[in-house]
Design a protein around this ligand. Sequence first.
Ligand code: ATP
Ligand code: MG
Length: 388
Amino acid sequence: MTQSLLIKYAEIGIKGKNRYLFENALVKQAKIALKRVDGEFVVTKEAGRIYVTTESDCDMDEAIEALQYVFGIVGICPMMQIEDNGFEDLAKHVIKHIEDNYEDKNLTFKVAARRSRKNYPMDSMEINMEMGGVILDAFPEMKVDVHNPDIVINIEIRNKIIPGPGGMPVGTAGNGMLLLSGGIDSPVAGYMVAKRGVHIDAVYFHAPPYTSERAKQKVVDLAKIISKYTGPMNLYVVNFTDIQMYIYDKCPHDELTIIMRRYMMRIAEYFANKEGSLGLITGESIGQVASQTMQSLAATNEVCTMPVFRPVIAFDKQEIVDISLKIGTYETSILPYEDCCTTFVAKHPVTKPNINIIKRSETHLEEEIDRMFKEAVETAELIEIRRD
Ligand code: ATP
Ligand code: MG
């Protein structure tokens, strides 16, 4: 039996002359996603629609699940769909399907019903039994074999369209460099920008021994979760301890966070250039903490020469949490491992830093900072995040 899925995409349908580029990118990403599923799938583009078909007896639910990580897809329709007009009508369609597709009725079969729409009046066992009876009545040559059937009649009772993640296929909008911490916000920020078609890589600032291996592993785990959507990424783990200690020694403690964040941005830009990224991405949100007031953001931003994208800038925490729950990063983000920013945090950090004062404080770092910067980028560990 040929099973197929119709892939629905919305926004990329309106891209005019370049539409084929988006469709091709979507076909490519769908194929990559389906590689993780057992079975042979063919992804085709026909008359403005994208179809996934398979001749193999594989689990279409797995294929659907894999496709639900592909940006650009707004819906997935399993084919041979019919309206719910009661069991008798369903039975008529099944009989017709067998009639039309199997010339020789000398077959063994089984009915495999799944009922994800729980308000259907029969459960899956009842559907299996009833439909099996109907088929036997209609085609007396056919026999039931639940272990090794020639054909499986899959019946799925579900709401019509299974939602995809929306957005644009990854790889249609250039590269970005995500500053990925172990928190809730930055994985969400990375997901959101990737959702617009941007390929992302990431940088994480690690401060051993103040931050543990487990804190680093948490960031690797978060990168793996978002890579289900974004595809493979390069994660640079930068040892930030020396720079942090040096700032701690030389600069006023209430300015520590801001100065530290300015160095994070500078280093992130180094890796962004290395990867051909066109912008930085952070999980900053106005007013969330002292380092995220408008003044602090301005002071942090001042060192950047590339655009900084802050997709959650105006989101409430709960709105960010809701997305992290949806994309599956929340449980990992809330694991209680220390963060390099919290270790050195001042009791009363400046909330309205003055850029000129910050710049003056940074002159205290002149002696060693260039060497430390160079060492930090040269010793960074590159972890290649690949889909499992
Ligand atoms: P998050 O939940 O993303 O950790 P946060 O509320 O803890 O955010 P901050 O610690 O002020 O906020 O960090 C703001 C942003 O700076 C983060 O969203 C992230 O993009 C970046 N960032 C912070 N710490 C690190 C780190 N150790 N490595 C990489 N990026 C970081
Ligand atoms: Mg953080």
